[in-house]
Design a protein around this ligand. Structure first.
Ligand code: IVH
Length: 691
């Protein structure tokens, strides 16, 4: 804002901002269907707030800064909150937090002994705020926050949330119920259930939810509570709105304890401290953990613990001074689609993805996002040049939710489906009744690269150091025409050395790791084959019933279906896989190379040389990966643990060992190398023949 800006200009800008914010608030709160990201919305609000601060005479009661949330939907009965449900002011960094601390200290009585000032730090659950009223221990009403003063009556819907008590106390030994209590908290949808819901929505051709919060809100504000019941919503309690005929407390912490005693779910991650630096530390810790939580937390809420001090600090506008929300970086963002590319999977399925203008989403730079499948892409009509909403929830792959039509460039053109495979150029096919589009060319290089990647991957043959890049290089150089060729690479040493980035050492390591993988148990070999529908769990089941590749290959669909856990689709897929001459050729190569084709015999008395012995592995072993070494020891009847103790019999020592070596020396544990381990397990012979 410049000094020279006239008041008329400001008034005009304020009017525009209000109109824009009102529209987006309506899309967000009433329709649960936002078209801009939270960050952009916050920015508009921020600008409006700043202008209003500079020109307080321009504030009107209907300005969006003057209210808490959204107006209730006309379809629901209204509920007036006896105690208004306020909002929270925000902090975005440590500096904001310290400024908050200074502010509240200034407002507190001077004679306050500083150790009276304690803080409660809680996750800021990203869902929908609700108030639950219990009379004589019975849930009589559940309401949304609405605009803070008036909410919506969603009692029937909230009754379907599994961990909301319908009657308190929940346990027979809990305190007797108060005459009346209003419990406040957040209804949320766990991330896994959110992803599943969106997948189901997609399969039904219905709209996707932008984030777990919109999904939770959309689920609670259903007119048909049977729909709410099908969504796996959950609840966390974080405050008492009011309490009659119950105990009295002096702190928020005590109130939370009471809620817990009554049987309300209270987050186990809530902490109390007098040390403000610890508050900041705890916030940092949480920001790190955020991606690994089962639910979405968009920040932390920091509250002054003492209820006396809370009262003293009071409320300004619609936010209490005694609490503040520290917001994490947002998980959704808008960015532009630079191009739409197609990935070819191991089974030939073509999957579209968007290449994006790089954007930070919740602390991670996102350059690509999945577009799921062509049907979804066409239905949403996502185009190159579009501005799109991108989300990233937890650890999952970023997804494009939808385009913002309002921001579409006028010259954009709809995407057209590929008619040919982007890798091999063969015509693609779309089987009747299937969403997927396939490349069915058996020699398609992209598919081969994916099959190799899968074969060598950690969950399959676990060939250490053999990654995506190497798979691509080897296919490009014509050194591999199927996964069976991996085992004849040792005869092509010279050719390998010619490849970019391949030196003697790298080639040696790679060939050694390939040799070692021949010892992998049969279930890993079966997983590695890449039969559709056969992952590691199914492979294990199959191997238990068909303990060799011969037995598995000879099984009919009926034989297979007799096995618990094997349905008609997997049975057909297995039989079809073995029927292909191309796959028989792969099997021939694996057998010739000496890859394990039979299950390891069950450990019996005689064949368990390591029975009763406990091993710890440290450092990098020359040929075996950790998992392989563990499997070998276990197959020989031994046990592997993570840390050295007096019960440890042997420490298996590799390169760059950790502190376990010191510990072993201290305790006098026997230390052996890989070769000794192989000899002890009776595998020494097999592996020492390698070149
Ligand atoms: S306390 C006066 N605690 O954040 C304090 N709110 O902007 C009022 N929220 O919609 C709320 N987790 O639903 C509080 N641990 C927590 C929270 C929390 C999430 C939500 C709340 C409200 C918003 C406040």
């Amino acid at each position: 804002m410049t000094e020279s800006r006239s008041k008329d200009d400001v008034a005009e800008r304020i009017a525009r901002l209000r109109a824009e914010i009102n529209y987006h608030a309506y899309r967000y709160y009433t329709l649960d269907d936002p078209i801009i990201s939270d960050a952009e919305y916050d920015q508009l609000m921020q600008e409006l707030r700043q202008l209003e601060e500079a020109y307080p005479e321009l504030i009107t009661p209907d300005s969006p800064t003057q209210r808490v949330g959204a107006p209730p939907r006309p379809e629901f009965r209204k509920v007036i909150h006896p105690v208004p449900m306020t909002s929270l002011s925000n902090a975005f960094n440590d500096e904001d937090m310290r400024a908050w601390l200074t502010r509240i200290k200034r407002l507190l009585p001077e004679d306050l002994p500083l150790d009276e000032l304690a803080f409660v730090v809680e996750p800021k659950f990203d869902g929908l705020a609700v108030a639950l009223t219990y009379e004589g221990g019975v849930l009589v009403r559940g309401a949304t926050r609405g605009d803070g003063v008036e909410g919506e009556d969603v009692t029937e819907n909230l009754r379907t949330v599994k961990n909301i008590p319908l009657r308190i106390p929940v346990t027979p030994d809990g305190p007797s119920p108060p005459a009346r209590i209003e419990v406040r908290g957040e209804v949320y949808l766990p991330i896994a259930d959110f992803n599943q819901l969106n997948q189901e929505q997609m399969a039904k051709g219905e709209r996707l939810y932008a984030n777990p919060r919109n999904a939770a809100a959309g689920s609670v504000r259903q007119l048909d509570s049977r729909i709410t019941a099908r969504r796996r919503l959950a609840f966390f309690a974080y405050a008492i709105g009011y309490l009659e005929g119950g105990p009295s407390f002096t702190s928020h912490w005590e109130a939370l304890g009471y809620l817990k005693e009554l049987g309300f779910p209270v987050s186990p991650d809530i902490r109390r401290t007098r040390d403000f630096e610890e508050v900041l530390r705890f916030i940092r810790e949480w920001r790190e953990r955020r991606d690994h939580l089962p639910y979405e937390a968009d920040g932390m809420v920091i509250k002054v613990d003492s209820l006396v001090l809370q009262r003293r600090l009071g409320i300004v506008g619609n936010a209490p001074r005694w609490a503040i929300a520290y917001k994490f970086p947002p998980r959704e963002a808008t960015t532009r689609v630079l191009s739409i590319e197609v990935n070819v999977g191991r089974t030939g399925v073509l999957t579209p993805y968007a290449v994006l203008e790089p954007i930070n989403v919740g602390g991670v730079t996102v350059r690509q996002a999945t577009l799921h499948n062509f049907e979804d892409l066409m239905r949403k009509d996502i185009r190159v040049g579009d501005t799109v909403i991108v989300i990233r929830a937890g650890d999952v792959i970023p997804q494009v939710v939808k385009p913002i039509i309002e921001r579409r460039p006028p010259d954009s053109r709809p995407y057209s489906m590929p008619t040919h495979c982007p890798s091999c150029g063969e015509r693609v096919i779309k089987p009747e009744g299937e969403v997927a589009v396939y490349c069915v060319n058996a020699a398609c290089p992209a598919q081969l690269v994916r099959r190799i990647e899968h074969f060598v991957s950690r969950g399959a043959m676990d060939i250490v150091g053999f990654g995506e890049r190497i798979a691509e290089q080897l296919v490009e150089a014509g050194l591999l025409s199927d996964v069976g060729d991996i085992y004849s690479l040792k005869d092509k040493r010279e050719r390998l050395l010619e490849l970019e980035g391949f030196g003697e050492k790298k080639v040696d390591n790679l060939l050694r790791a390939i040799e070692a993988s021949k010892q992998q148990p049969l279930e890993r070999v079966v997983t590695a084959l890449g039969i559709r529908g056969v992952g590691s769990v199914v492979a294990k089941t199959l191997v238990e019933h068909f303990p060799s590749l011969d037995a598995l290959g000879a099984a009919t669909e009926e034989d297979l279906q007799r096995v618990e856990g094997i349905g008609p689709e997997i049975a057909r897929s297995v039989v079809e896989w073995f029927a292909r001459p191309r796959h028989q050729e792969v099997l021939r190569k694996l057998r010739a190379a000496g890859v394990r084709t039979e299950a390891m015999p069950r450990v019996t008395e005689g064949a368990a040389p390591l029975r009763g012995l406990t091993f710890v592995i440290t450092g990098t072993l020359p040929t075996l990966s950790r998992d392989q070494a563990r499997a070998l020891i276990e197959a020989a009847g031994g046990k592997v643990t993570d840390s050295v103790s007096r019960k440890t019999d042997y420490l298996v020592l590799g390169e760059n060992p950790g502190s376990k070596l010191d510990k072993a020396r201290e305790l006098g544990t026997k230390i052996i190398d890989e070769t000794t381990l192989l000899q002890m397990t009776g595998q020494g012979q097999v592996l020492s023949t390698k070149g």
